[in-house]
Ligand binder design. Structure first.
Ligand SMILES: Nc1ncnc2c1ncn2[C@@H]1O[C@H](COP(=O)(O)OP(=O)(O)OP(=O)(O)O)[C@@H](O)[C@H]1O
Ligand SMILES: O=P(O)(O)OC[C@H]1O[C@H](OP(=O)(O)OP(=O)(O)O)[C@H](O)[C@@H]1O
Ligand SMILES: [Mg+2]
Length: 286
């Protein structure tokens, strides 16, 4: 029987789209009907399980799934036998403490003796311990932002991204407890054949992620600018130089990091680059 790597992803919610997109961009093709909870990739030895994100760490500990995609917040909270394999650069958010905006919050000591509503009791416990504060923890599984307004708690600890949920519930963010993003987690005891499948998948994910962080750049420049331009955009090994029909000019092709893209463009123009074209890269393999 063929060995399959079982990957658990969120059935619906904030992580679902990014998780499916990542698997599809890595070349996996599979169907996911609305009510389908399990599907096998047509062209890669992988089976995908669609689950509640909170349950994924336990399923991995129980070896029902081998690998999963969850928020780092869930990985840290659940404290299961899981290892973090790779951060994935999407579903970026933070876990924060928030209090009613009219409260006179000065420091973490404000929380002493208070009640905090949260879906993340373990993370909050260790945050309080680190800050030598004793407070009650009231665990609820959702709609946490409503808790202070209905007299359930004095403060909350929940996920914040834009801050608009806090704002519309009359709360202000006062402490960041952790930063989070989607991550791949796995059982620490993966059998060899499954490890090989995971390694292949990670290799593809690497290529997809690198490509997203880089752009292919083409420009024209006078030959005496090639040296300077190469120092700005050295590329993977070195830029490609193709002579233009026009005497003394070349076309230079390279790769540029998305993060310092605009700064580099200014430097290239200063060296005399013209007709700069920038195009997306689909996969990048070093
Ligand atoms: N506003 C946000 N911006 C960015 N990432 C977020 C945001 N809200 C949640 N996340 C991340 O996405 C994960 C899943 O969030 P979601 O709200 O879909 O969870 P859920 O309601 O617990 O879903 P489930 O029904 O699967 O239990 C969170 O654990 C967190 O890592
Ligand atoms: O800072 P913001 O941009 O407002 O995002 C934060 C909110 O997003 C998440 O909820 P989500 O919208 O996923 O709904 P849920 O409560 O159904 O999980 C999270 O639980 C917060 O409530
Ligand atoms: Mg959940």
């Amino acid at each position: 029987m063929q060995t399959l790597l079982r990957i658990a992803i969120q059935k619906s919610g904030r992580l679902q789209e990014g998780s499916l997109e990542l698997l599809r961009e890595s070349g996996l093709s599979f169907s996911n009907g609305k009510d389908q909870l399990k599907t096998q990739a047509r062209n890669f030895p992988v089976e995908v399980l669609f689950l509640r994100d909170d349950d994924i760490p336990q399923y991995i500990e129980d070896k029902v799934a081998d690998v999963g995609i969850v928020g780092e917040n869930i990985f840290v909270e659940k404290q299961k036998k899981n290892q973090l394999i790779r951060k994935l650069d999407f579903a970026k958010c933070r876990l924060s403490i928030a209090v009613p905006k009219t409260d006179d919050y000065k420091s973490v000591q404000w929380l002493q003796g208070k009640n905090i509503a949260t879906s993340y009791p373990n993370i909050v416990k260790s945050f309080l311990k680190k800050n030598n504060v004793e407070a009650g923890i009231h665990e609820i599984s959702g709609s946490v932002e409503i808790a202070p307004g209905i007299g359930l708690a004095d403060a909350i600890c929940d996920i914040v991204s834009t801050g608009s949920t806090l704002l519309s519930n009359g709360l202000k963010e006062v402490e960041t407890v952790m930063q989070s993003e989607a991550v791949i987690i796995a059982t620490p005891e993966l059998e060899r054949a499954k490890q090989e499948i995971l390694d292949k998948l990670l290799f593809r994910i690497e290529a997809v992620k690198k490509a997203k962080n880089n752009k292919y750049i083409l420009l024209n420049c006078p030959n005496d600018a090639i040296e300077g331009i190469t120092s700005v955009i050295p590329g993977m090994k070195s830029p490609t130089i193709i002579p233009l029909k026009r005497e003394g000019w070349s076309s230079l092709h390279s790769v540029v990091d998305e993060n310092d893209f605009w700064e580099k463009i200014d430097q290239l123009k200063a060296f005399g680059a013209e007709g700069i074209l920038v195009v997306p890269i689909e996969k990048m393999i070093m």
